[in-house]
Design a protein around this ligand. Structure first.
Ligand SMILES: Nc1nc2c(ncn2[C@@H]2O[C@H](COP(=O)(O)OP(=O)(O)OP(=O)(O)O)[C@@H](O)[C@H]2O)c(=O)[nH]1
Ligand SMILES: [Mg+2]
Length: 366
């Protein structure tokens, strides 16, 4: 049996693994991944999030997750660690200015508990640039040997040029390096696979827990919102017509009477014609309601409950007085139909009986 056969035996029925391609932005990760799967290399743009590539090697399906390297995207890399069996780290060997940043980044990756010890291929890319550092210098700048020992990580470094060609024309060093990575993973498959299975399960449990607490937070917010809306409805409901509040601008109220389809001029109560008329109506309403509350006009069922939940001061320009106490009606409140206010309201509704207030304090449609 050839090498391919033994690789497949090791990996069992799964025959599938995931490799992460990471490194700083502009290092050549997407170019390298594309070259590996035989895609065209033109029009490479910075990766936002990640790109997935799939290739096969000796009967094993390999999912390549090419993660964007910009600093903001690096913050989400950890979300992909759990399912990772091995890592390709790409460095722009021609950009010596950024090698210390690359070292910091590589060090935190290799020390991450989920990645620690998983096989690593380091590609010192862009070797076609005249000033590119070779593998000895890159390894030195990245302190690769030290990191590999500290983290007990099987590590290999290669120099390459990702843009040299794609598919069959790919830089052969990339293929050799990739082949080493897959072989190393497969040789340690049982151990790595156990870690991957456990890490995926605990990541899922963590995500489920976060989802639950997010859902609970949203429900709490919704309940709070409903409570606020209910309170606002109760405060804004007008005991006179059940819809408007006392603080609606007078221009709006008078404009409404002139709208097409509104009550005709002859049906319109005199008191609504001018602000002073409105003031009269409001003052009268206040007297009526006080009378009702005193029981003078209480009907059998005791319509208005003595339930002042708050005192609202109407603006003095509306009322002519410094403040007016406005009752906040409870859900079951009704205005006595015998009260003068009700009579005035009947006038406004063409003599039809006043509908009872609905749950939210508005007049029900009858
Ligand atoms: N000269 C040269 N240019 C390269 C090489 N590899 C990649 N490039 C160029 O470098 C630029 C960035 O390449 P990408 O493959 O998009 O880099 P990346 O690491 O995926 O970048 P992000 O997605 O932003 O993280 C592109 O213009 C590539 O054409 C190489 O080996 N030599
Ligand atoms: Mg990219």
């Amino acid at each position: 049996m050839g090498n391919g056969g033994s690789l497949c035996n090791n990996i069992g029925l799964k025959r599938q693994l995931t490799i992460l391609v990471v490194g700083l932005d502009n290092s050549g990760k997407t170019s390298m991944s594309r070259a590996l799967v035989g895609e065209t290399l033109t029009d490479t743009v910075p990766t936002i999030g990640f790109s997935k590539f799939v290739t096969k090697q000796k009967g094993i399906t390999i999912n390549i997750y090419d993660l964007g390297g910009s600093s903001r995207i690096r913050d989400i890399w950890h979300n992909y660690f759990a399912e990772c069996y091995g890592v390709v780290y790409v460095v722009d060997a021609s950009d010596s200015q950024r090698l210390s940043e690359a070292h910091e980044n590589l060090s935190s990756l290799m020390k991450h508990p989920i990645l620690k010890g998983k096989p690593l291929l380091l590609l010192a890319n862009k070797q076609d640039h005249f000033d590119a550092l070779d593998e000895v210098d890159v390894a030195d700048k990245l302190q690769l040997e030290l990191l590999a020992n500290v983290c007990q990580t099987p590590t290999r470094i290669e120099i390459c040029c990702a843009t040299q060609g794609t598919g069959k024309n790919i830089d052969p060093i990339i293929r050799i390096g990739f082949h080493w990575l897959v072989e190393t993973i497969v040789r340690n498959f049982d151990k790595i696979d156990r870690r991957v299975t456990n890490d995926i399960a605990s990541q899922k449990a963590k995500e489920d827990k976060e989802k639950d607490s997010r859902r609970a937070r949203i429900e709490r917010l919704k309940a709070l919102q409903n409570e606020v809306e209910e309170t606002v409805t109760q405060i804004c409901v007008d005991p006179l017509n059940g819809i408007k509040n006392h603080f609606q601008p007078l221009e709006e109220i008078t404009e409404e009477w002139n709208l097409p389809g509104s009550i005709s001029e002859t049906d319109r109560p005199q008191c609504m014609e001018s602000p002073s008329g409105l003031t009269d109506l409001m003052s009268q309403a206040q007297i009526d309601q006080t009378e009702d509350l005193n029981g003078s006009e209480m009907t059998e069922s005791g319509h208005i409950q003595n339930d002042f939940r708050g005192t609202i001061s109407a603006p003095s320009e509306m009322t002519g007085s410094s403040s007016v106490r406005v009752p906040v009606l409870s859900r079951n409140d009704q205005v006595s139909s015998a009260s003068p206010t009700a009579k005035k309201l009947n006038q406004r509704s063409n003599g039809k009986p006043l509908p009872p207030l609905t749950k939210n304090g508005k007049l029900s449609k009858q």
